[in-house]
Design a binder for this molecule. Structure first.
Ligand code: C5P
Length: 400
């Protein structure tokens, strides 16, 4: 599975750096191409010569390579890699990554890399447990970087606890299953809608909603991580799509979102409509700012197109169509009704009654209702993990 894969390893200053020699060897033996970038502190623990010999590539250690002033192109390194593995990731390097500090080649490569990033922390137990480190790790996970959990055991300080870098064999397995995962949706094109829509009333006002786009963007990331080509049609949202397999199309109104969906729907195998689309939009959009006049102001609204329902009508046998239902009462009955009316394969139900679920939160609690009558309920979890649950349901449907 690693044959021909391009793995960039970033080594920072920790005693665990010596284990990267073994890991490099495992990768090379499995047919991967390996390049290494080191922080200055990493030199105290492992030599570039060791890693250059094992990786069969020169090791990148500084912005300027030699006395002739040859520059190391960190952008090229980041673009070359299929995955960037930072191991061992010291507390210092994790902190700098979390805050965009860029004072060595590893960090510059991290900031410019477009590929998925994995990081394997290694440090003493108290450093790892410190709120600052935990917050920094959470920030990196928020960026979509994948944590390879440290182990518990004997530490270099002589203390015992959590902080040992995962063993080379464990890291190897993580990278291997990461590439396995990438195969599962390879060749599939997916349409995802996300975020709110804004329906203009006049040049400065609109009707909108509190959707942040977090759930839809998390699904886009998860689908792309499994190798799918994602077309993400997003209403106004500050979320960022990082994966290069995601093509983002920005829209503002429900009508624009509908138009963009229609353009691409026939080319997709899977569509997940997650956006909180306005059900009504003003009939007239005033070309100038509406002035204050009298106690009452009436704005006449007309129904927008139900994008999901329209795609349900166009749906071909081999296409999967998935919708969301955000309900406040009669949740399940309403969701089931929508699933039928809109011709869906499954509907993801989240209730506004559940604490921590719904608009704006980083967490969500869902149930998945299938058209065959089965139901699967999940606990409250980060939207990234919820997205993973949804992707797994899709993979199961594709492989039955
Ligand atoms: O009927 P309701 O709006 O509750 O249905 C929610 C589902 O329908 C979501 O998947 C949402 O993205 C989709 N939807 C849509 N177009 C609309 C309204 C909702 O695609 N105009």
């Amino acid at each position: 599975m690693l044959e021909g894969r391009k793995i960039l390893i970033g080594i920072s200053g920790s005693i665990a750096a010596y284990k990267i020699a073994t890991l490099t060897r495992l990768f090379v033996k499995a047919g991967a191409q390996v390049k290494v970038v080191m922080t200055p502190a990493a030199h105290d623990f492992v030599t570039p010569v060791t890693l250059a010999t094992l990786s069969k590539n020169p090791v990148n250690t500084a912005f300027v390579k030699n006395n002739a002033g040859e520059w190391t192109n960190h952008v090229e390194l980041g673009l070359w890699a299929d995955v960037f593995l930072i191991a061992p990731a010291s507390a210092n390097t994790i902190a700098k990554m979390a805050h965009g500090i860029c004072d060595n080649l590893l960090l510059a490569t991290y900031l410019s890399a477009r590929c998925p990033v994995m990081f394997a922390p290694a440090m003493d137990l108290d450093m790892l447990a410190h709120t600052a480190t935990q917050k920094n790790i959470a920030i990196l996970q928020g960026f979509g970087n994948n944590l390879i959990e440290p182990n518990s055991g004997e530490l270099a300080s002589g203390l015992e606890g959590k902080g040992r870098m995962a063993e080379p064999e464990e890291i190897f397995q993580c990278i291997n299953s990461f590439f396995n995962k990438q195969q599962l949706l390879k060749g599939k094109t997916v349409l995802i809608t996300a975020g709110p829509t804004y329906e203009h009333i006049d040049p400065v006002r609109f009707i909108g909603n509190h959707s942040s786009g977090k759930m839809g963007f998390a699904i886009a990331d998860a689908m792309a991580a499994h190798g799918a080509k994602v077309i993400l049609i997003a209403g106004p949202s500050s979320q960022q799509a990082k994966n290069t397999h995601i093509t983002r199309i920005n829209v503002t109104s429900a009508a624009e979102m509908f138009e963009e969906c229609l353009k691409v729907y026939s080319k997709t195998e899977i569509a997940i409509l997650c956006a909180a689309v306005a059900d009504y939009a003003p009939v007239q959009v005033s070309t100038s700012k509406i002035k204050k006049a009298g106690n009452l102001l009436n704005i006449e609204l007309h129904q927008t197109k139900d994008i999901l329902k329209e795609l349900g009508k166009l749906k071909k046998k081999k296409q999967l169509l998935i919708g969301f239902a955000l309900e406040t009462d009669n949740e399940e009955a309403n969701a089931l009704k929508k699933m039928k009316e809109k011709n869906l394969d499954f509907i993801v139900l989240n209730s506004l009654n559940d604490k921590g679920a719904g608009f704006g939160f980083d967490t969500n609690q869902i149930s998945i209702l299938h058209h065959n009558g089965t139901k699967k309920s999940f606990g409250l979890k980060p939207k990234k993990d919820v997205a993973q649950d949804i992707v797994e349901q899709i993979i199961q449907l594709l492989h039955v």
